[in-house]
Write a protein that binds this ligand. Structure first.
Ligand SMILES: Cc1cc2nc3c(=O)[nH]c(=O)nc-3n(C[C@H](O)[C@H](O)[C@H](O)COP(=O)(O)OP(=O)(O)OC[C@H]3O[C@@H](n4cnc5c(N)ncnc54)[C@H](O)[C@@H]3O)c2cc1C
Length: 461
């Protein structure tokens, strides 16, 4: 459906819906909302609005729908697959001012939040309650953006991803209707699970204007270890064995030596320059955790572990994870002349070693610089590949490698995206991954958004 460009009448009408300091066509504002943290080509919106309440969002949506104007939601813009880039221009709704934590019900382990709440701010507020919201994408992401992308992170192997934490959702539809979904009960088997439909839909079905999220208790005790290996392959086999053994790690991260070198240099970590596993367990007693750590060491040694450092304290653990979360930015900083393509795929744990072997073979045949980092416990692999800006030949090569690796992932029973979403970059794999069910996804999209105004150009090839 062809969209309309914003004219003066549209802008005047939209200005009447919000306070004057919450709407802008300023060039720098449009530039700030033209790109996320990915390598994808920026595209400016025509207007940015900062809503502060659900009724404003509904009114704007209703107007945009009647006038065929594209609308794209915006949290922190930290996506890695072009998800919030307004490729069809139109309006960006920036939720950073709709960021109230309206209610924390400690006894029910729940919080009511607006979409612009940054998850670290929520966890900071919960600090003395003994509760937290576990999904941790690392970047300063909003809960609205996390719901839209179904974000996860280092603790997902134990705690699950964002979809496991949404109990109630308020969604503004394209026609301005506000849907209230879910209940405050911790379980339900009532009717279709529309919440799960909206979680991960990248703002293409509706705009999140509020949520009740589930919280969990902070772990009483924790233990962590750093294990180094002669090869990525040996570390990968250890991941499989640890998961298979049922040890239930709270984090199981695998990093290549090139990542360790960066972390040592930039964060002074002094880790061995080898493929490394960060292993963490949460539990109730130190003796129980010590036993679990012993077993993890035994498994690691059996796979050729060179060095197993147990008993990593909280301070060192926090330093390692801080550096782990900062890796994406470190890689960017260390390649100022390059764009970084971040491949994000996930396979069943039994296929993890085979995927690693395929990646090794592919990369060994090129001179490309790449970084291997993985939420290994979930079989979720990231390969960050540096490509010189403007070097079409190099980017074509990167494109071909990623095409083959994602196809291999799908052939292994995996998915084209473990956590970053489809956005722009993974649309071409939708048919291979979903086959005929893609037709039903399109029908659902048309049902909720018949004019296609919500984040157009995303998800569908
Ligand atoms: C250094 C770094 C590390 C990262 N690590 C991880 C990781 O480990 N795991 C992971 O999952 N992700 C990771 N990410 C990606 C990113 O942080 C997540 O995808 C996050 O959920 C995006 O949140 P955001 O607030 O920035 O949303 P944005 O990027 O602004 O938007 C994300 C999507 O949500 C839509 N949207 C925004 N607000 C709304 C709303 N209210 N209603 C409907 N749609 C909306 C947008 O249109 C877009 O499609 C990382 C990013 C960076 C930069």
């Amino acid at each position: 459906m062809p969209f309309n460009r914003l004219n003066e009448t549209h802008i005047k009408n939209l200005q009447s819906m919000v306070a004057p300091d919450r709407i802008s066509t300023g060039a720098s504002v449009l530039d700030l909302h033209a790109k996320d943290q990915s390598h994808h080509t920026p595209s400016r919106p025509e207007l940015v609005i900062w809503p502060v309440k659900a009724s404003e969002v509904a009114e704007i949506l209703n107007y945009a729908n009647d006038n065929l104007i594209p609308i794209t939601g915006w949290g922190s813009g930290s996506s890695l697959e072009g998800n919030p880039i307004p490729v069809e221009k139109g309006i960006v709704l920036d939720f950073t001012q709709m960021n109230r934590i309206s209610n924390i019900r400690e006894e029910d382990f729940q919080a009511d939040v607006e979409p612009g709440v940054i998850y670290q701010d929520l966890n900071e507020k919960l600090r003395y309650s003994g509760l937290f919201f576990p999904p941790d994408p690392g970047a300063r992401a909003t809960i609205g953006g996390m719901i839209a992308n179904n974000a996860s992170g280092t603790r997902t192997v134990y705690y699950g991803s964002t979809k496991d934490y949404v109990l109630r959702l308020s969604v503004a539809l394209a026609n301005g209707e506000i849907l209230e979904l879910g209940t405050r009960a911790s379980k339900t088997s009532s009717g279709y699970d529309l919440i799960r439909l909206f979680v991960g839909s990248e703002g293409t079905l509706g705009i999140v204007v509020g949520a009740t999220i589930r919280l969990v208790g902070l772990p009483v005790e924790f233990s962590a270890a750093v294990a180094t290996f002669p090869s990525i392959d040996a570390a990968g086999k250890t991941v499989f064995e640890i998961i298979r053994s049922g040890l239930n790690p709270a984090a199981l991260e695998l990093l290549g030596p090139e990542c360790i070198e960066l972390m040592n240099r930039e964060e002074g970590l002094e880790l061995n320059l080898s493929p490394t596993l960060f292993i963490e367990f949460h539990g109730t007693t130190t003796s129980q955790l010590a036993e679990v750590l012993d077993m993890a060491e035994e498994i690691s040694r059996a796979e050729g572990c060179i060095n197993f450092e147990p008993g990593v304290g909280r301070v060192q653990r926090d330093r390692i994870f801080k550096a782990r979360h900062a890796l994406g930015e470190m890689i960017l900083r260390n390649h100022p002349d390059c764009g970084i393509l971040i491949m994000d795929v996930a396979v069943p744990i039994t296929a993890y070693s085979e995927l690693i072997a395929t990646i090794n073979t592919e990369m060994a045949e090129t001179n490309l610089v790449s970084y291997y980092l993985s939420h290994a416990g979930n079989g979720n692999v990231h390969l960050n590949i540096a490509g010189k800006k403007g070097d079409t030949q190099e980017w074509n090569l990167i494109g071909q490698i990623v095409q083959r690796l994602v196809q291999k992932t799908i052939d292994l029973g995996g998915t084209a995206t473990g956590e970053h979403g489809i956005g722009l970059g993974k649309r071409k794999f939708m048919v291979a991954e979903h086959g005929t069910s893609l037709t039903w996804m399109k029908k659902i999209k048309t049902l909720f958004d018949p004019n296609g105004i919500l984040n157009p150009g995303k998800i569908f090839p």
